[in-house]
Ligand binder design. Structure first.
Ligand code: C2E
Ligand code: CA
Ligand code: CA
Length: 661
């Protein structure tokens, strides 16, 4: 009897076990390649265990029941012979042959893959049954000593050779699909097997085969499976490469799936102002929610790039889409508190049904990026089928022309006069930015402000407006022009800046402008974003004497809370509310009650969008303190505005004179 040396088997067991454990410690895409690989590792482990077991049993002769020997050997054969098949399927999944083969050819492929192994199984498991009369794969003598069979044993062996030739053929034909490194690593498995088998031939007491397999497993894990390549470091979600590879697979298999892209708003701003580490804590917190919470666990989630997530559901129905959106809304209603930092986060959500909305990976990626880049989708939900690419191109255009616009003097501040109903004259204006693109076409702020909020240009634009207003005021005698206040709009991004108040007060001091003339307009969106920073800024600014107004009241959020908690002096009723109340009794009642309430809270009211004389009279009767709109004037160039103010002062004084006469 040969003295077997099973240290190699034991080493192989350890190596395989560690490889399996490390496999589970990393995230793996739920695709065929990874599933087959794990199966291969587990079967290799079981096969090695049986190999070891059967070898060890040889010393015990008849003291162990004969059937135990039979079964142990059959299992050893079953698992060992699975490995070449597993290797072949692994090669098939690596080269993605299946996805490129027609359904009919696939049937032949699977038959030629599976059937030989079934024949092997029949041979193996019928061995004990016919052992009284015939020797098939192997035999046990009276002392339960194992000997391999001859003809049928080699037939089983032929199965292994068949699989290896099959695998090499597939690898060679589809060599182009594979990275060179991967190609050679996969082939090295065969090389390893051949060496082990040869060595075993010369030194039959060394059990080397399993050891060879375990070494190959290490190589596969390191060079092919390399899970890190597919995982994002910060969020530990799958990365963009994984997204490509995974969705590509789904498209090729013609699998329908739902891709929901979630984009955090204002990430550029957050990382510019608070640092990337700060932002990372929030993106990680959201990733954790996607990973661990039951509403999202059944999706495969990806982190595409800064602040951009994609979740994929393979089997979904109409109702599921609604539920997913609902769950996302609930998720983003939270206040996020990683490491004691508190913040409300906002997101844009894009729901893409594939392949109906996007027919391939490129189209899908284009759609996903579009929603991330175009701030018109901010805080909203958009469906892939509704996405409009032309608009997107325009926004990219704007983004390009915003660059250098400040240097090239393509910004200008216009002034829209504001009328006081009590003084019955113009008393100032709202400063409104105007921008010309490189072709000198005027672009509406409704279009470029959102783009510049995303790119961060808004901060410099905001400063430019403030600076221009101060400069204009410093060059004239404000009393002569009857200018009592100028309104300046603040964007969300500006309000989030810690240094905002200090910057404005130093600019104002340099120009020598009294604080009381400046009135800053803030929208509810800004108030909702960063209540803490905003409040600090507002307190500093109003302590200095600048006034603050709540802009666009009645549109969007409309949260009474801001009116009560933030130090506003004036409320500007949104023009849409004004228009819809005009001629609608119910809305009119609501508007009139709102005006009363604002007055009772000690604030003044301005109505925007006054376009006709009737509207002007009606709003004055309702008690509005100030009016603004095309009825008085469109936004004007600085010179035209100043002319208009002068005229208004002159008219007013001549009216007073005639009254005195
Ligand atoms: P807003 O603050 O609500 O400004 C009023 C907008 O209504 C202006 O549009 C103005 O031209 C328009 N408007 C005023 N009266 C009437 C009227 O009677 N009828 C109609 N149909 N429209 C009227 P504009 O100038 O296009 O600005 C749009 C928005 O862009 C502003 O809305 C504001 O949110 C933003 N914006 C403008 N300038 C600045 C700026 O310097 N900084 C910031 N952050 N945002 C600005
Ligand atoms: Ca405004
Ligand atoms: Ca407004």
């Amino acid at each position: 009897m040969v003295d077997y040396i099973f240290y190699f088997d034991i080493a192989a067991l350890f190596i395989l076990l560690i490889t399996i454990i490390t496999h589970f410690q990393h995230k793996h895409l739920p695709n065929m390649q990874n599933r087959v690989y794990l199966l291969f590792l587990v079967v290799a482990f079981v096969a090695t265990s049986f190999d070891l077991l059967t070898t060890l049993m040889r010393g015990y002769g008849t003291s162990i029941h004969r059937n135990v020997y039979w079964i142990a050997h059959c299992f050893a054969f079953t698992t060992m012979n699975f490995l070449p098949l597993g290797y072949l399927i692994y090669c098939i999944s690596l080269t993605k042959v299946v996805e490129r083969t027609s359904a009919k050819k696939q049937i032949y492929m699977w038959i030629s893959t599976i059937v030989p192994y079934f024949l092997q199984l029949i041979l193996i498991w019928s061995t004990p049954l016919v052992s009284e009369t015939k020797i098939l794969a192997f035999s046990l003598d009276a002392n339960n000593i194992y000997t391999r069979g001859d003809f049928w044993f080699y037939i089983i062996y032929a199965g292994t050779i068949y699989y290896i030739i099959y695998a090499v053929t597939i690898l060679t034909i589809h060599k182009k699909e594979l990275d060179r490194g991967i190609y050679f690593t996969v082939l090295s498995y065969i090389f390893m097997m051949v060496i082990s088998v040869l060595l075993q031939l010369f030194f039959p007491n060394l059990l080397l085969l399993s050891f060879g397999i375990s070494l190959a497993a290490i190589m596969f894990s390191t060079f092919i499976q390399n899970p890190k390549a597919y995982v994002d470091n910060v969020t530990e979600l799958f990365n963009q490469d994984a997204f490509f590879s995974y969705t590509n697979g789904l498209y090729r298999r013609k699998q329908e799936f739902l891709c929901v892209s979630v984009v955090l708003d204002d990430t550029v701003f957050l990382s510019n102002n608070f640092g990337i580490d700060y932002l990372n804590q929030f993106t990680k917190a959201i990733a954790d929610a996607f990973k661990n919470e039951k509403d999202f666990k059944n999706a495969t989630s990806f982190y595409i790039r800064q602040g951009q997530y994609c979740l994929i559901w393979k089997n979904y129905g109409f109702r599921d889409v609604e539920k997913i959106i609902f769950n996302l809304r609930v998720l983003f209603n939270r206040t996020w508190t990683p490491e004691n930092k508190r913040m409300k986060l906002y997101s844009s959500i894009c729901v893409i049904e594939c392949p109906q909305d996007a027919e391939n990976v490129e189209a899908l990626m284009k759609m996903v990026n579009l929603v991330a880049e175009d701030s018109k989708y901010k805080q909203g939900i958009v469906y892939g089928r509704n996405i409009d690419f032309e608009n997107k191109l325009r926004s990219v255009d704007i983004e390009h022309s915003l660059r250098n616009a400040l240097m090239e003097n393509r910004f200008e501040v216009y002034y829209q006069p504001i009328y006081s109903t009590t003084e019955e004259m113009l008393i100032g204006a709202e400063a409104l930015i105007r921008f010309r693109n490189s072709e000198q076409n005027l672009i509406s702020p409704e279009e470029f402000i959102p783009v510049s909020e995303r790119t961060g240009d808004i901060l410099r634009i905001g400063e430019f407006v403030f600076d221009s207003v101060c400069k204009m005021l410093s060059l004239i005698d404000v009393e002569q022009y009857g200018i009592k206040k100028i309104d300046i709009n603040l964007s969300v991004a500006q309000c989030m800046q810690d240094a905002l108040a200090d910057k404005f007060s130093s600019l104002r001091t340099i120009y020598g402008i009294p604080a009381s003339i400046i009135n800053l307009e803030i929208t509810e969106t800004a108030a909702a974003h960063t209540p803490d920073v905003l409040l600090k800024n507002m307190q500093k600014l109003s302590a200095e004497g600048m006034e603050l107004s709540l802009d666009d009241y009645g549109s969007g959020y409309s949260n009474m809370n801001y009116l009560l908690t933030l130090p506003f002096k004036m409320v500007k009723i949104d023009k849409n509310i004004v228009w819809s109340a005009y001629g609608n009794l119910r809305t009119q009642t609501a508007l009139s009650a709102t005006i009363k309430m604002i007055h009772e809270l000690g604030m003044t009211v301005l109505a925007e969008g006054v376009e006709t004389q009737e509207q002007c009279e009606w709003l004055s009767q309702l008690g509005c303190d100030y009016l603004q709109g095309y009825y008085f004037s469109k936004p004007l160039k600085k010179e035209d505005f100043l002319d208009m103010m002068l005229k208004s002062v002159e008219e007013h004084s001549s009216e007073l004179e005639s009254m005195e006469d």
